[in-house]
Design a protein. Structure first.
Length: 211
């Protein structure tokens, strides 16, 4: 089976011109996207490589595409409730997180959310059909592609949280540690250690790590 591969990917400005197309086997196609990902770091090539190679399944591909689309929307248009555009990783930007939280919980934002929920007829709390359910996966699963939601966890299944915990490499010297930063530098400390004065939880991007 042959695949048509864009030498310059469409996400990098490539076209469907015959000069930009080449026929490859599935294995060759996966390898080309792996090379592109390792060279340029584009998530589209990572998804194409792992999908073609069978490393990730359809559900994971869809989840990643939706996740990246959401990030791009936040970068270009901003949070639909607050209008704030994401400049850095939301989860590690403490000031941005506080600002978004404050605005998202303002009376105007709450009123807008309630109006949206009412229009969608979204049921909250125990009225929601998903209330009390947990994402689960088989104990011996190799990935989360086959995860399902259950209220009562069947025998042979565990929650995805427990599955992730079991998969952690506890021999890794970073296991049990957390990132902290002082505004200029990152470092890892054990999760039971007190955070040093002048430092706070979270990791700054593109910063050096102090040993």
């Amino acid at each position: 089976m042959k695949h048509t591969h864009h030498i310059i990917p469409k996400h990098m400005g490539g076209t469907d011109d015959p000069s930009n197309l080449i026929e490859l086997t599935v294995e060759q196609h996966a390898e080309e996207h792996k090379i592109l990902f390792e060279k340029y770091g584009c998530w589209q090539d990572e998804v194409a490589w792992k999908g073609l190679a069978g490393i990730i399944g359809k559900e994971e591909i869809i989840r990643r595409i939706q996740s990246e689309a959401g990030k791009e929307r936040m970068r270009r248009l901003g949070n639909p409730l607050t209008g704030i555009k994401t400049k850095t990783n939301f989860s590690i930007n403490d000031e941005f997180r506080k600002q978004v939280s404050s605005l998202a919980n303002s009376p105007a934002a709450i009123a807008k959310k309630r109006k949206t929920m009412a229009l969608k007829k979204h049921q909250q709390g125990n009225k929601n059909s998903q209330y009390g359910t947990k994402w689960c996966v088989k104990i011996d699963a190799e990935s989360l592609d086959e995860r399902k939601k259950f209220k009562d966890i069947p025998e042979g299944w565990i929650t995805t949280t427990e599955w992730k915990e079991r998969k952690k490499d506890k021999t890794n010297n970073a296991y049990g540690t957390v990132w902290v930063n002082n505004g200029n530098m990152n470092k890892l400390i054990h999760k039971n250690e007190l955070i040093p004065t002048g430092w706070k939880k979270g990791r700054l991007m593109n910063m050096m790590v102090r040993s």
